[in-house]
Design a protein around this ligand. Sequence first.
Ligand code: AMP
Ligand code: MG
Length: 350
Amino acid sequence: MNTKLVKVDIENPDMNILGEAAEILRNGGLVAFPTETVYGLGANGLDEQACKKIYEAKGRPSDNPLILTIGDISGLYPIVSRVTPNAEKIINAFWPGPITLVLPKAECVPMTVTGGLDTVAVRFPSNKIARELIKAAGIPVAAPSANSSGKPSPTRASHVEFDLNGKIDMIIDGGAADWGLESTILDVSEDRPVLLRPGAVTQEMIEEVVGKIDVDPAVFSKPSGDIVPKAPGMKYKHYSPSARVILVTGPGENVIKTINEKAKEDAQNGLKVGIMATEQTKDSYNCSSVLVVGDRNRPETIGANLFKILRKFDFIGVDVVYSEVFDEDGEGAAIMNRLNKAAGFNYIKC
Ligand code: AMP
Ligand code: MG
């Protein structure tokens, strides 16, 4: 298949191009498009055959459900059987934006979308290209991240091209995704909300709106093989570069000393080593592949760059990556959740 790559200006999207993309979606094809979190891989969310193509293109396990995106709040009601009171509060506070809600599904939503569950995950993105495209399509658009399953999510059109060129109909290049990590997922299908995946809308922000929520244990700990997680995607290896990622934690100077020692030892053993550093620490490492993920004082820079840097380590072809860790407060929860998964919870404490 020939994948068409088109550039669209986020400030002033060309409606002719978005019209063409919408037509592809309505006809059962696949279109990757930018959102404020990461790039999504869109298909007609009510068309089982189209959704199957998403699983094929990504190499995604079929019990890992998709998120349905809507371009307008009115798109929610036909695809859920009930909007709970907590869902309404969250919608009023944060939609459109980077939070996905899990609700009881309506009859019309195929089981291919929900991975066999009787709930459906729905998001109303704020990115202008995404909204206009979904509105033009006039259907709910199933849109998981537009990467090969297991790889870091794409935050640039070039990442999508690298993973999916030749496997999908179109890629809309709308520049870098602002936030850079996938949406927060909150299950509001029952009385007490459960956080299934941390993201830009933090636990603290959610609790200000609906009071205390539960956090799925898989968010911060290594999932055991036999768990049946509420968010089925949690049981799969995620966000990983090909290199082995090792997180190093301890007092600042110890971390730098340990990483330098390990890097030297590995290099002597013939391994190609990468180090994920911050603006604050980049000059303290002796290694040829030191990449800066962001500024510790501005965690949003780390969120925005994390997947890009993990992909860059793959591109350079390192065997092992040593990384510093970050505070788990606020938006740090999302960063550490992804980093822990990329590393398979592999830690050195020093
Ligand atoms: P992605 O679109 O790649 O960010 O992945 C979507 C994720 O949403 C899945 O991996 C699941 O963890 C989660 N998800 C989607 N639908 C549901 C659902 N009905 N219940 C719980 N989690 C869901
Ligand atoms: Mg994904």
